[in-house]
Design a protein around this ligand. Sequence first.
Ligand code: ARG
Length: 607
Amino acid sequence: MGYWVFCTEKLPEPEQNGTHSMASVTSLTASVHQRLADALSAALPEAGSADPLLRRSDRADFQANGILALAKKAKANPRELATQVVAQVESGDVIKDIEVSGPGFLNVTITDRAITENLAARYEDGARLGVPVADHPGTTVIDYAQPNVAKEMHVGHLRSAVIGDAVVQLLEFTGETVVRRHHIGDWGTQFGMLIQYLIEHPHELDHKGGAVSGEEAMSNLNRLYKAARTIFDSDEEFKTRARRRVVDLQAGEPETLAMWQKFVDESKIYFYSVFDKLDMEISDADVVGESGYNDMLDETCRLLEESGVAVRSDGALCVFFDDVKGPDGNPVPLIVRKSDGGYGYAATDLSAIRDRVFNLKATSLIYVVDARQSLHFKMVFETARRAGWLNDDVKAHQLAFGTVLGKDGKPFKTREGETVRLVDLLDEAVERASAVVREKALDLSEAEITERGAQVGIGAVKYADLSTSANRDYKFDLDQMVSLNGDTSVYLQYAYARIQSILRKAGEVRPAAHPELELTGAERALGLHIDAFAEVVAEAATEYAPHKLAAYLYQLASLYTTFYDKCPVLKAETPQQVENRLFLCDVTARTLHQGMALLGIRTPERL
Ligand code: ARG
């Protein structure tokens, strides 16, 4: 069972409570934006609802850059227009100061009170931290974490699982209905050989001593695969029997199907053990592999042929594209049905689209799949569009990810040049992380070190993946991943744990907001950054870009570190200030916790 035994809580389910009971909090950015937009349309009515282009800025709290372009369009003097806008802005509760700068920018400073009150409202809202749900949530079907039956999971399967899981959490947090689909590779001619072997050696997958572990399941499958392969390559008659078995499988012959099911079941034991190690919840109902669409394949072909989207070419049913050509300049079609009548990957994916759109009522389809399959998806999506299954209301998107590279910058391989087994990689990460935890641990028991080691190690692997934008390759460098300094999950986890330790040390003194207090620069910077959480979550969700959330959290931890260096918390000057700083600590911690949970990463209370 691995480290799971030591975990006291379930996966950090991003807390959704309070979604509907509490009001979402209007961010300071949004209120300032609104005030400026109103002032702008008062000063320049023909501008309508023009965007003041508000940005966070180092010089003031915010800078509005939109006046220049508007003035140009209205043939007005930008500085004059800016001055008129300033005159229209009502300052007071939120805006402390607004001034024209440079050729026509506006610098806006927020009141300390507004910052603290805003954070207090977020604090009141519990785990949601005032983050609103989307105005018009839809239904997204997301295809991720799709290993292949009877095959070892390798480093490529890591990315799909990690990125997919983060996108699921992000979307659900914004109110989207999410349907997960693990499109496992559980069908195809390769099963003929395996099934035939199992029929001839019927006890090879028996579990004599009761349940088997994931590792045992995979080693059973490996052993069987190697044995089958050896006979297949050396025995012509076996080869013939294996080929005939493929036909039986496709015809749904019961004994053949029963044997096939054994491979699927054995593989699932293994998959679930890996997902468990990855601290990821995958439920059986969501595992709908390629075989799940068998009943739809004929009809999919018929629909494509009748509508003229697909045509016969050399006996095969094909879809052609003007812009898809092979190296010889000849068009390369998407083959929906082979000339021997067999169906492949494309027919399954096209049928899955029909299922997802018409049965699951999806409004968005996401595929978290290696960029090397981009041409396949481009052709599949275009085919579905021509058939009318996808359109402006139902869009499909491949969230294509890059390759995991070794330290040498080449695709990650073992020293022997083989693909790296995912479990080995995860075990090593956990081992390294445990060493780091042990070294820093002052008051942790051995069991706690083991538990934290897993949380830190798996977190490190996930964070390294999620902090680079998905389409880029990244280097798998464990030294860097478990480093305490720099853009790593460990750094974020330590920031969180440090806050918890301060809150524990505070004892009876509880965090409390004091909007009447003046704030220091470091406090303001921290507060304004926390205010931006909702916007970052919304952006990361709509763009399917968890790396934007990761970057935000890293900056949050950095701003917290600065605050912590500059502002004594428990030794602050007045009791009110102590409470207010504890409050800042706690809002930071909650934001870190929720943000990390959205990335699928745990934040241990002690490290
Ligand atoms: N099983 C495939 C692989 O390991 C990924 C499946 C991707 N999803 C899909 N709908 N084609 O490469």
